[in-house]
Design a protein around this ligand. Structure first.
Ligand SMILES: NC(=O)c1ccc[n+]([C@@H]2O[C@H](COP(=O)([O-])OP(=O)(O)OC[C@H]3O[C@@H](n4cnc5c(N)ncnc54)[C@H](O)[C@@H]3O)[C@@H](O)[C@H]2O)c1
Length: 357
């Protein structure tokens, strides 16, 4: 067995009913609490062991959080009940450097999680991680590079995370792109670009995170893990002149349902959150390229003379009269994590704009 398999097994062996220890891989460890072969690990591991050296593989430091494992300096918050759903869980958010992803990252950290901000914009991801670590006064976030359309990059990201903390409890597949346009005019290149990120990216991430989660569940058979993809209200209802996007999001619901049926065997739940429009995010509000500016300039909203007119037009389509934000989305993510009797679901968070039937 390799370090990449042993680390998630150790996280699984230390399972406390909700999650396991953080497990940090080191090439060598002097005077480890436990020294054994990979095959002996299961039988020889005992509660309280803080360091393990596996013959021919390397060493592993164990702790309640990352700082505890590396330095023995834990100041983990003690949280109980519903508020503890994500506490000290390892979460990954793709596309976490900005927009909905950033909001989800911030909310998960508030809820006590250790979050990997995985983005093509690695500088943005690292900057956000630095800010969150400073605020928290302990290690709560890491920035990591990924292009979700590139299988090697996705696999490298998973390996980096597993060797840094031992496993992944919640994987939020959030990275997504939008290119609108008439079916009569859209280029194949643009259609494929949207499909690659929103649909194939979700497949690649699930393909490489599911085996990690399987290993974590192996020792106890009771370790629940979660994959949540952020689709859209356009996963539930077609979107005019926006077929590439809606098609990719509808497709991801099919993937969610199918992955859920297979991965339930490993206690991995797979769900999707379907948000309404995030009017305060860059997609809509960017002063140069945002949809509000584009729709004002192209006269898409009849009679609109200002950006506020365009915004009011779209807000009025939502029964709750406002856009969605990262906090709204995270509440639905936390629900799907807390709920141990549901999988394969598409959860709308649209202020009543789209209702299931
Ligand atoms: N903004 C909305 O109104 C809205 C509404 C419903 C659903 N959504 C969905 O929410 C998710 C986030 O949307 P947003 O508006 O916050 O997006 P955004 O454009 O503000 O941010 C997307 C992030 O993903 C990253 N990214 C893009 N392609 C990537 C790739 N190939 N690999 C890794 N990272 C990549 C970007 O660098 C960026 O940080 C998307 O899946 C989107 O479809 C958005």
């Amino acid at each position: 067995m390799k370090a990449l398999e042993i680390a998630p097994l150790l996280r699984g062996l230390t399972f406390d009913g909700e999650k396991g220890d953080i497990v940090v891989f080191k090439e060598t460890i002097e005077n480890a609490d436990l020294t054994c072969t990979a095959e002996e690990l299961d039988a020889k591991y005992q509660i309280g062991v803080r360091s393990v050296s596996v013959d021919g593989v390397g060493g592993f430091l164990l702790g309640e959080d990352y700082d505890d494992a590396v330095n023995g300096t834990s100041n983990v918050r003690k949280i109980y009940g519903r508020a503890a759903v994500a506490n000290n869980k390892v979460c990954v958010v793709t596309g976490g450097a900005q927009g909905f992803g950033e909001g989800i990252v911030r909310e998960l950290v508030k809820n006590g999680a250790i979050v990997f901000i995985a983005d093509m914009n690695v500088d943005g991801a690292k900057k956000l991680a630095g800010e969150l670590n400073k605020q928290a006064g302990r290690t709560v976030a890491f920035g990591v590079a990924v292009n979700v359309t590139d299988e090697e990059s996705v696999k490298a990201m998973m390996d980096e995370i597993v060797l840094t903390v031992g496993g992944i409890d919640l994987f939020v597949s959030n990275a997504g792109v939008l290119k609108a346009g008439s079916v009569k005019e859209m280029t194949l290149k643009d259609f494929e670009f949207v499909t690659d990120v929103n649909y194939i990216g979700f497949f690649l991430c699930t393909k490489h995170v599911a085996p990690v989660m399987e290993l974590m569940n192996k020792p106890s058979g009771k370790y629940f893990t979660d994959i949540v993809t952020i689709s859209s209200k356009s996963a539930l209802e077609g979107s005019n002149k926006n077929a590439a996007y809606a098609g990719s999001k509808f497709g991801s619901v099919g993937l969610v349902q199918s992955f859920a049926k297979e991965l339930v065997a490993d206690n991995t739940k797979v769900n999707t959150v379907c948000p309404g429009n995030f009017f305060d995010g860059p997609l809509w509000s960017d002063p140069e390229r945002g949809l509000f500016v584009q729709y004002l300039n192209t006269g898409k909203v009849p009679g609109a003379k200002t950006l506020d007119d365009v915004r009011s037009f779209y807000e009025a389509q939502v029964p709750m009269n406002r856009g969605c934000d990262g906090e709204d989305v995270t509440k639905a993510i936390l629900y799907s994590v807390e709920q141990k009797y549901e999988t394969g679901q598409a959860i709308p968070v649209t202020g009543g704009q789209v209702m299931l039937n």
